[in-house]
Ligand binder design. Sequence first.
Ligand code: ADP
Ligand code: MG
Length: 705
Amino acid sequence: MSAQKSSNPPSDDALSKPVEAIKGVGPRLAKQLCAKGLTTIEELLFNLPLGYLDQRGGIEISGLRPGDYVSFVATVLSAREVHYRRRRIYEAIFTDGTGTVTGKWFHYGRWLSQRFPRLKGKIRVSGRLRSFGRRLEIHHPELEEVCEPVEEERGTIVPRYSPIPGVAPRAYRRIIEEVLTTFGPQVEETLPDAVRDYFRLPALRTALVQVHFPTELPSIENRDRLAPGLRRLIFEELFFLELQIIRSREVLAQETGHPMTLERDYLRRIGKLLPFALTQAQKRVMREIASDLGRRRPMNRLVQGDVGCGKTAVALLTAFIVIANGFQAAVMAPTEILAHQHCMNMSPYAEALGIPLTLLTSKLNSGEKQRRRQAIASGNARLVVGTHALIQAQVTFARLGLVIIDEQHRFGVIQRMSFRQKGGSPHVLVMTATPIPRTLAMTIYGDLDVSVIDELPPGRTPVETRILDARNRRQAYELLRQEFSRGHQGYIIYPLVEESDKSDLKDVTSMADHLQKDVFPKIRLAMLHGRMVSEEKQEVMTAFARKEIQLLVATTVIEVGIHVADATVMVIEHPERFGLSQLHQLRGRVGRGPHRSYCILMHQGGGPETRQRLAVMEQSNDGFRIAEEDLRLRGPGDLAGLQQAGFGDLRLANLVRDVNTLEAARRAALALMQKDPDLAKPAHAAIRAKLQRQRSQAAELLRTS
Ligand code: ADP
Ligand code: MG
């Protein structure tokens, strides 16, 4: 064993052990866990329940309360397709002898009717219980075959985890029990006693047990009633995030980069290449950037601006300044589709200026990748556009002067740092369309300077947004037809709770079939969803951009940043399942050309509150206003989009719900770094070890992504 390895504390080893180290987990099970990103003991311990089933009381149907998320064991009385007017619905009736509950599916495929004959014995039915007249219903319930008696779970609170394909929930719960029993005692405390005392946080071990197998039903939504165990884990996550931010800022402060000079003539020349004049806001942001670039200290700037405000032009001009100074510039996008799009958009300008442009994504064949890496390493490639592939260890730059990270919300602090390590402290420019309320931005982007583009280019007609009752769906189809006849294109968007969820995917697939067959037989239609391999997605997007496809039936994988000028209609199904900010992001895909554009929110069910919330979309096109409205109306519960934003590293914390905890964690982290800047004290060994583990995990992620 090397000296370096043995200097790690023992807890480090226990937590980073692979899942195979668990009794009862063989290669097959390990593979299924790994596919879900659960490769180590630590990852299992920190994969927390999404919620809990309260089975302390009766779990009989007669005792269930409408409105609750329920789970009961029953048999199938009947299952069949029924027709209400022109709609098909699949209905199944479940009973346990004390009552009946009807399961309903509004979107489904043949798989569902094929599944029922196989469900002979007892099954567990889970979902949100509703009352419908005197009937109890669950829409789209989860079904799970029950092989063993469930008696042992009677009288307990049962954790509910994100489903893992191929692993039954009960089997997964067993694994977690085993992990807590065997490895729990080896989990070392990571927070200093003083911090724990001050914020009244339970020990890490205790917290983990409490969160996985609570004895009291904890509230996940309400921040004032968060269970202490969960609060502790959230605090810890934010504490380490802040430590990283503080440390990275300190590293940056000491860095010296490459000051750039600006030649006015050159700037004028590239300015002329653009087919439009910059807006005042774009000019202001360019001045801020130019002044950063001239300094010794590397730029570290975030440009925030609503979709369509013209961030790409700013990126392009910045890149050209740096390239004119003899350096390379790299543009990193979160997806292949966006990387390709940037490449397409930038290449005419690069060509006009005689600047060699290279695209690097992980999907290239290895020979080609090798060739392009060579061009980057030799410095021949001056403007490099790519995905995560750019931050892999094998990629080296000859003279990297600038990194532009587009649509930042998929990249965390760690990823940003890794770019810094790639070549003599390049300037970093981060672009995002995720509007973040100001107070929050301060804490999250503590290490970034912020510029805002608060003006849209002239001549934009705001997207006309309308809430439409789903019963009047035909009007939306009419609108689509009208736009198709004008040579325009459209989107229909379906929410997917989880991209990996098969049943949701079937919904989209069966709807696409239905639309093609019954509604738009003459229209060229394609599907786009997260389960498609990236070449397929790429192909579909390119075909859509070339207008070979008129209607795109998609999940939310249609990215922020996708730009198709002739797309004029977006129909969003189940808008109530999205946060306003997310709806705003989606809506930004239309209204990108000179034509009048529309967004239809296909409202179904939900009370007046839902409608009131959605009405904000009809009234405003301002991303920041919408974000703040979202916060106000939905309360600090979950500002979708922001939570989704994830900042790369956050798994438990919700930046809106936990904003107070975030501030507390920041204060604690600052105090610690002041007392012990190098974390050299023995009492802080566990903190040091965890930071190191996070760093090597990040490195691992970069190697394998
Ligand atoms: P985003 O900020 O969402 O990345 P883009 O950079 O993709 O926005 O710009 C959206 C569209 O607006 C593009 O077609 C771009 O050419 C155009 N555009 C950008 N700046 C201006 C401007 N100053 N005047 C007119 N059109 C502009
Ligand atoms: Mg963009």
